[in-house]
Write a protein that binds this ligand. Structure first.
Ligand code: ADP
Ligand code: MG
Length: 218
């Protein structure tokens, strides 16, 4: 499902990040672990096709991302990937329902109204559909961002430090929600974190890819 081989990425004004070789077979997901600055967000961006590797091989769900040009990666991302960013980036001017219609419009696609309603329902957002983001709790806003990531039935669901700014109860609820939503929607969960609470809750369930020993080459 996921394969890294000699993968590296060099920032123009920054480090040359070498990622460990890794293979994920059939599994419900993987934890990307490592201290702050170890390259978790960079690897997520590579996995999302938002950055292009400097060298090596990165295969995601059968596709060799490292061999694609930017246009091919954009198409691949739209068809295969849901992303829950750390900052949720909901549109403040739009209702919850319209926030879920926006990705279709941005991609030049017809809105799949039935899919929007399905996700509002499965994530318990139906009674909040007419609200605007500032009228939501943080947990509710996170559910909207998760619904948005699942709209196009992704095979991979990526989340960057989803518990970083949450208290213990909300962190636990968020992890359960991500895990359940990925399973229910048939997506592989890739969760980047340096939060020990995530390890406590999911460490026994999901394999880990540890970036702790990342080497910096000049
Ligand atoms: P993490 O998510 O694990 O905290 P990052 O992937 O954000 O790590 O960063 C990995 C390393 O790359 C850090 O040393 C960081 O300073 C550096 N880095 C990240 N983004 C850039 C950038 N745009 N330009 C230069 N260096 C960067
Ligand atoms: Mg990061």
């Amino acid at each position: 499902m996921i394969e890294l081989q000699g993968l590296h990425y060099r920032y123009a004004q920054g480090p040359n990040l070498h990622f460990p070789d890794f293979q994920l077979g059939p599994a419900p997901g993987v934890l990307l672990r490592g201290a702050s600055g170890s390259g978790k967000s960079t690897l997520l961006a590579l996995m999302a096709g938002l950055l292009s590797a400097t060298g090596g091989v990165l295969r995601m769900a059968g596709s060799d991302l490292s061999a694609m040009n930017p246009r091919q990666r954009d198409a691949w991302r739209g068809a295969n990937l849901g992303f829950v960013p750390q900052r949720l980036h909901l549109s403040a001017a739009l209702s919850v329902r319209d926030n879920l219609c926006l990705p279709y419009l941005a991609a030049g696609l017809a809105v799949d109204g039935a899919r929007v309603e399905e996700l509002l329902s499965t994530l318990g957002l139906q009674s909040l559909a007419a609200r605007r983001p500032h009228q939501l709790s943080q947990g509710q806003a996170q559910r909207v961002a998760l619904a948005r990531a699942l709209l196009r039935r992704p095979r991979l669901l990526l989340a960057d430090e989803p518990t970083a700014s949450l208290d213990d109860d909300h962190a636990a609820a968020t992890l359960d929600l991500l895990q359940q939503a990925a399973a229910q929607h048939g997506a592989v969960l890739v969760l980047a974190t340096h939060d020990s609470r995530v390890m406590q809750r999911l460490g026994a369930v999901l394999p880990s890819l540890s970036l702790a020993k990342l080497e910096y080459a000049p």
